[in-house]
Design a protein around this ligand. Sequence first.
Ligand code: NDP
Length: 332
Amino acid sequence: NERILLVNRPKGTPEKSDFRFEATAIPELENDQVLVKTIYLSVDPYMRGRMNDTKSYVPPFELNEVISGGVVGQVIQSRSSELAEGDFVIGNLGWQKYNAVSDASVRKLDPSIAPLTTNLGVLGMTGLTAYFGLLDIGNPQEGETVVVSGAAGAVGTIVGQIAKIKGTRVVGIAGSDEKISYLKDGLGFDEAINYKTDDVYKALKNACPDGVDVYFDNVGGEISDHVLRQINKGARIAICGQIALYNLEKMDVGPRIQSQLLINSALMKGFIVSDYAAHFEEGAVQLAKWLKEGKLSYSENIVEGFENTVDAFLGLFSGENTGKQLVKVAEP
Ligand code: NDP
């Protein structure tokens, strides 16, 4: 077996030396356990938060322990009456090539319904985050203007497309010209802004002549300051992520925007996708339906090889990915 441990709590942007690869024996199974071979593993920005020793909605990773996250794998040995060799499963499992886990800790997947990878992306955690955050908090109405930051990522690409399905004007903010073209030409966004080269405030003014009714925030920081200065009366702001802040060593102090919320009677609400766990089934069914109808498309950035897992994770912070970042560890 091979696995990846967190060996230092990163200071600022994580570095390769914060992680260590380790070879270990493949564990023996106990009753009701299965041995799962990792096929795809997911790297996600929220994992950065778990690398700090601070209180959050999920406990921190332990130092010198294997890192865990979303994994799609295949059962290759079973001492379970529920799962058989060959079954595909998903779970929150270790960043390792083989996990021995209780059958209750994974969920069986039907690979005939959709490609395996979609369970970690558009039909999984990131798709559901887009779906519930936008529809429940953003509540976009036909003809309104929706702005999404981190627009070309796993969550952002789905947010923008759902907002189009709901009949809104959609403006995305992302970090490269390739991403801007993809959002406009590939996904049908009305406008897209490159925050690395454009004057974000001015570009938003042009792209949102009627102001901003819904802001889906994946990044925080200065980008969000520019958006929040342009909200309309009754605007809704869903705080999904703050990736621009995750690697800061000192808390950032920006403009105080509460008066913007006040004078516009606006709502700003944070959420964690698991707040909606009771409704996941319904969200996944709707997303699958849109996919099948061709109303929704998705992209994936798949890095090959377990040894590239850490690089794939680090790449999230330099914007290497368009759509969902995954690592392919083995063939089924
Ligand atoms: P993405 O696929 O969007 O990957 C991260 C992207 O963020 C990068 O590609 C990069 O794109 C952008 N980025 C990186 N650093 C910065 C920065 N300093 N400023 C602006 N943009 C930056 O990840 P996800 O779609 O998985 O996640 C998006 C956000 O949603 C994250 O903040 C994440 O933590 C959050 N999230 C929250 C959940 C919840 O339950 N609330 C669940 C899942 C995700 P670019 O080239 O455009 O810079």
